[in-house]
Design a protein around this ligand. Structure first.
Ligand SMILES: NC(=O)c1ccc[n+]([C@@H]2O[C@H](COP(=O)([O-])OP(=O)(O)OC[C@H]3O[C@@H](n4cnc5c(N)ncnc54)[C@H](OP(=O)(O)O)[C@@H]3O)[C@@H](O)[C@H]2O)c1
Length: 377
């Protein structure tokens, strides 16, 4: 299942509100930051907002710069990104600006909401029912598979942002802090109550833009079950990139691995043939850097560009066993081991039989294979 890269974008007051309770939209950003937002819009395939934001703000969601629109067209993209909204009720005002400006319009809703939305909107938008309830993962998969959306910008409101972050589906949060207070407990907040990732998000960047500050954060906490989160994809990409550091070998794979605790703390990383050990494997060398008594190992996830080995000539203990003995019970990998050196290896099967969760993300297989292209088969 491939999903688009999901970028959440929002502006908040110093006391954490995204709007005040007045009917007009509260402008939180500065002019230069609105231009930055315009640039981000020009870079994505689709922009999504919740039906609540259409009702409250009546936004157009345009790319305002003619140069940016021309650059999109020159690169073979539509002039404007696709505009997407979500609604359960289907109660959408057909006179709203959303339906009469910019790019194509798409409404995701429930079976029940679809009836009402189609009746109200007619041919101004495509209405896609997703069953009795709307599930975000399904919506994102549909956007990716059916509409070719690789990058999605989400511009609120709070209820939409909250769900995407809590469900581990947001790859990035671009947050602008505006130097003003709202001070009204009845005003909407950016994030609602509920369960968020343990620990801290990673601050990737911060920048002053006139009198506001832009902060870019990435969620870091691994998923907890069979469904991959955005953070899982982030860590697996790092593991695949580590594989490129391996000294080349004609007789072994080049593999990278990262071990991450439940709160998103990186415990260790490694790659094949790291240091002076010419036969060490990535998962083995990474786990050897962690104190075996570290209580975080039990909840940790191992990211490995290639599935952990089950048989090896160089050492008595294969990596699947090293992982199980370390107490780790979740592994995310990009590539099932081919028969190049060992026939029918099946590290995934061995780990699963021992009760571990193994998540395979084949969309990362090309990246995992890249440093191994010289190998036969
Ligand atoms: N400062 C900023 O950056 C910024 C950006 C955007 C918005 N805002 C502010 O945010 C406020 C609006 O936020 P909001 O939280 O009230 O609304 P919202 O998140 O824009 O939209 C919520 C609506 O989306 C639909 N929806 C969301 N999740 C759904 C699900 N899982 N299944 C079905 N439908 C779902 C529902 O529509 P139905 O009600 O139709 O069922 C729900 O009422 C406004 O005050 C706006 O000014 C601020």
């Amino acid at each position: 299942m491939s999903l688009p890269y999901v970028l959440l974008s929002a502006a908040v007051s110093l006391d954490g509100y995204v709007d005040d309770a007045a009917p007009e939209r509260l402008l939180l950003s500065s002019p230069a930051d609105f231009d930055r937002v315009d640039e981000v819009r020009a870079s994505v395939d689709a922009i999504l907002i919740g039906a609540g934001t259409i009702r409250a703000d009546n936004p157009r969601l345009l790319v305002n710069s003619a140069e940016r629109r021309a650059a999109r067209v020159a690169s073979g993209k539509p002039e404007y990104p696709l505009k997407v909204t979500v609604t359960g009720s289907g109660d959408l005002d057909p006179r709203a600006n959303f339906w009469h400006t910019g790019g194509d319009r798409l409404v995701y809703t429930t079976d029940q909401g679809a009836e009402r939305a189609s009746r109200l909107l007619g041919s101004t938008a495509e209405v896609v029912p997703l069953g009795a309830e709307l599930h975000w993962r399904e919506l994102l998969e549909h956007l990716h598979d059916e509409r070719g959306v690789q990058r999605l910008m989400v511009e609120g409101g709070g209820r939409v942002h909250t769900q995407l972050l809590q469900q581990g589906l947001a790859d990035e949060l671009q947050l602008v802090l505006a130097p003003l207070f709202v001070g009204d407990p009845g005003a909407p907040r950016l994030f609602g109550p509920g369960t968020y990732q343990d620990g801290r998000l990673r601050l990737v960047d911060s920048r002053r833009i006139e009198d506001v500050v832009l902060m870019r954060y990435e969620p870091t906490a691994p998923g907890t079950g069979p469904l991959p989160t955005a953070a899982d994809r982030h860590w697996l990409r790092i593991a695949c990139e580590l594989a490129a550091l391996c000294p080349p070998s004609e007789t072994a794979f080049s593999v990278g691995a990262v071990v991450v605790a439940t709160d998103g703390t990186e415990l260790a990383r490694g790659h094949s043939r790291e240091g002076d050990d010419l036969v060490v494997h990535a998962e083995e060398v990474a786990l050897a850097k962690i104190d075996p008594a570290d209580p975080r190992l039990a909840g940790a996830t191992v990211y490995s560009s290639l599935e952990p080995c089950t048989r090896r000539a160089s050492r008595p203990m294969p990596c699947a066993e090293v992982i199980l003995r370390a107490g780790v019970r979740r592994v995310v990998t990009a590539w099932r081991e081919p028969d190049t050196f060992v026939a029918a290896a099946d590290g995934t099967g061995v780990l699963r039989n021992a009760g571990a969760e193994v998540v395979v993300l084949p969309e990362f297989a090309p990246l995992a294979k890249a440093p191994n292209e010289h190998l036969p088969g």
